[in-house]
Design a protein around this ligand. Structure first.
Ligand code: NAD
Ligand code: WQD
Length: 339
């Protein structure tokens, strides 16, 4: 079965392509390499012994999206990762985010609408919950006003899919709300490749550990949590990738209960920034140079998932611990700095 993976050379996409190929799917990747490298194809091939079919183009070019779907009429499912994801950049360049994250989504749904029946998986985010009132966060927690244009694209993206599914019963969609994906493939062949200064905690930690950055700034230690630092749910990217295969299989087997469903993907466990640093120190055997600085505007105090729905309905559960994920992130950092 042929599956289109948009953004399939990116961080989460590449790990998902590996899991899809491991399960016997034929994968077609579309990526414009705006935030990834062509070498990722070699990494995927080295792991799975199979090179996914690859088309390099920008999905914002609607005629190319139309031509792609005309050429690949036998696509059985689409997993849509392609998007811009830097929160700070989205504040500076909102139109880039609305065009790339929402314009492209509309183009793809328009193509799916033309098909009699289609299956669609969307990369959403825990960011849609903002600061939830209750922990852990269930899928029925209210959606809070977005803190950034990026966050807004995930909220509106979900609404676009929901509204489209309501009137196009042939489109079967699942939105997956990821918590904080971290880590790399255990083979050391693919992982996260942040461009420039990393905005996310774990790549900043590993780059500091390897000496690329001098010091990690911990954004605030006066939050109402046990050690005063913020709490997040860090999920190993390989666990996350496997959940996509489960979600896709659910749609392909027609097991979905409605034609638009939403699942949280996390571990269910919250970890503070200081606990993440301790995990790094444990698995690397290195002391991390860090200092406490002011809070970062827009940060929520805590966010961790209630994963009951994904556990029960998708038959999926995250297996890796924070240390497992951190170890893989550290191994990957050492590999990319050597090459
Ligand atoms: P990534 O930047 O590593 O991957 C995205 C890929 O899409 C890149 O390879 C990029 O080159 C490609 N791309 C972007 N715009 C494109 C376009 N117009 N045409 C073709 N290709 C394009 O990001 P990621 O971390 O793998 O995230 C994947 C998805 O998951 C995104 O939708 C993101 O918003 C969402 N998400 C990510 C996180 C996270 O923390 N990483 C958390 C929640 C949700
Ligand atoms: C984690 C914790 C920081 C960097 C972001 C996006 C969100 C989602 C996931 C896509 C926080 C602290 C961080 C640093 C620090 N992405 N931190 N020093 O904020 O949970 O979410 O990525 O949908 O939309 O906003 O992840 O990795 O940036 O931060 O102290 O240099 O680490 O304050 O508590 P976050 P993060």
């Amino acid at each position: 079965m042929k599956i289109l993976v948009t953004g399939g050379l990116g961080f989460i996409g590449s790990h998902t392509v590996v899991e899809l190929q491991n399960e016997g799917f034929d994968v077609v990747v579309v990526d414009n390499l705006s935030n990834s490298s062509i070498n990722v194809l070699d990494g995927i091939e080295a792991i799975t012994k199979k090179r996914p079919f690859f088309e390099e183009f920008d999905l914002r070019e609607k005629p190319k999206v139309e031509a792609f779907f005309r050429k690949h009429q036998d696509i059985a499912g689409v997993i849509h990762f392609a998007a811009s994801k830097a929160v700070g950049e989205s504040v500076e360049a909102p139109l880039l985010y609305y065009e790339n994250n929402l314009g492209v989504l509309v183009y793809i749904l328009q193509e799916l609408k033309k098909k009699g029946s289609s299956n669609f998986i969307f990369s959403s985010s825990c960011t849609v919950y903002g600061q939830a009132d209750k922990m852990p966060i269930t899928e029925s927690a209210p959606i809070k006003p977005a803190e950034s244009p990026y966050g807004n694209t995930k909220q509106v993206g979900e609404e676009i899919i929901r509204d489209t599914c309501r009137v196009n019963q042939g489109i079967h969609a699942i939105a997956l709300r990821y918590f904080n994906p971290i880590g790399a493939h255990p083979s050391g062949k693919i992982g996260e490749l942040p461009m420039g200064v990393p905005q996310n905690l774990v790549p900043f930690i590993t780059q500091t550990g390897i000496g690329l950055r001098e010091q990690l700034s911990v954004f605030g230690d006066d939050y109402p949590t046990e050690d005063g630092t913020c709490i997040r749910d860090y999920i190993h990217v390989v666990d996350l990738a496997k959940a996509h295969v489960r979600a896709l299989q659910r749609l392909l087997e027609g097991k979905n209960e409605s034609n638009y469903e939403v699942f949280n993907l996390g571990t269910g466990k919250g970890s503070s920034v200081l606990e993440v640093i301790q995990s790094f120190e444990r698995v690397s055997g290195k002391k991390l140079n860090y200092k406490i600085v002011d809070r970062r505007p827009g940060d929520v105090v805590q966010a961790y998932a209630d994963t009951t729905k994904a556990n029960k309905v998708l038959g999926w559960k995250a297996k890796s611990t924070l240390d497992d994920a951190m170890r893989s992130a550290w191994e990957w950092e050492k590999i990319i700095r050597k090459s």
